[in-house]
Design a protein around this ligand. Sequence first.
Ligand code: SF4
Ligand code: SF4
Length: 57
Amino acid sequence: MSLVINTRYCDRCGTCIAVCPQNALMLTNELSVNNETCTRCGVCVSLCPIAALTIEK
Ligand code: SF4
Ligand code: SF4
């Protein structure tokens, strides 16, 4: 499984970054995830206001 970021829809609001318990999300030009530290907990997926995040197999 991996966290997939739909960068086309993400408006870089920062909500997911603030709620990630692993600090696995980073915002530079666009949002990215550190797959080494992301536990696929789903917290960011459930709180993204525009559903730009999904966990896929
Ligand atoms: S919460 Fe959603 S819209 Fe906001 S930065 Fe994260 S992925 Fe992008
Ligand atoms: S799935 Fe969990 S650990 Fe991974 S980026 Fe989202 S909030 Fe962080």
